[in-house]
Design a protein. Structure first.
Length: 183
């Protein structure tokens, strides 16, 4: 198990890993060695990466992914019946350029195609945002997505993100949303 981290992390002063978070159907937890094959699937899938710059070659992933992929504060593996179905990320990238996003934490999500259309992404992201609201009270979050990514746009709206702006980048229209924290 990863060491207990308390103190300043990229995300802020959060304790990590948290106790696993249970929702009605899912479990959110820090990543573990047994999740590696599902991370390879997520990153190698053309469907998952349609709006994320395209898939990565499976052989490269098999070679390069660390034994415990994406192990950092704010990175949640989403589990259904004991198997990983998705990845929900809350991070504070230092390189953000859009004024409304500078210094803010942003939400990201990737689910395996066989898990789409069942409301799992909504359920998992809501739980991760709830964790964030308790870990760093009073902080808004932002979300970037391509506006052509219809499923992602619907999810952002359901989670309470409101449009800040649309802008062109990487050859496509991007959408930036902002969510106020739940008190
Ligand atoms: C974006 C992504 C996570 C959305 O997944 P999803 O399964 O469509 O998302 P949801 O959890 O909102 O579920 C969708 C549908 O399940 C249906 N559903 C079925 N059972 C449900 C239940 N018990 N509760 C809620 N919804 C349910 C709903 O009809 C919902 O559709 P709606 O938008 O009409 O409400 C997924 O498409 C994905 O992983 N894409 C690839 C990665 C990506 O592009 N990420 C964005 C990066 S910015």
């Amino acid at each position: 198990m990863a060491a207990w981290l308390a103190g300043m992390t990229e995300l802020g002063p959060v304790a990590w890993p948290p106790a696993p978070i249970r929702t009605e159907r899912l479990l959110l937890r820090a990543s573990e060695p047994r999740d590696r094959p599902a991370f390879v699937e997520l990153l190698a899938s053309p469907e998952v990466n349609t709006y994320l710059g395209g898939p990565r070659p499976r052989a490269d992933l098999e070679r390069e992914l660390p034994a415990v992929p994406e192990q950092w504060p704010g990175s949640f593996v989403v589990e259904l019946d004991g198997a990983m179905i998705g990845h929900v990320l809350l991070r504070r990238p230092p390189e953000r350029q859009r004024p409304a996003a500078v210094g803010r934490a942003d939400l990201g999500y990737l689910f395996l195609p066989e898990a789409w259309g069942s409301g799992y992404a909504t359920e998992a992201c809501a739980a991760a945002l709830d964790w964030f609201d308790r870990a760093l009270p009073g902080e808004p979050t932002v979300l970037f997505t391509q506006s052509a990514n219809v499923a992602s746009m619907r999810l952002a709206a359901k989670l309470g993100f409101a449009e800040v702006e649309r802008f062109e980048a990487w050859g496509a229209e991007q959408w930036l949303g902002l969510r106020s924290p739940t008190p």
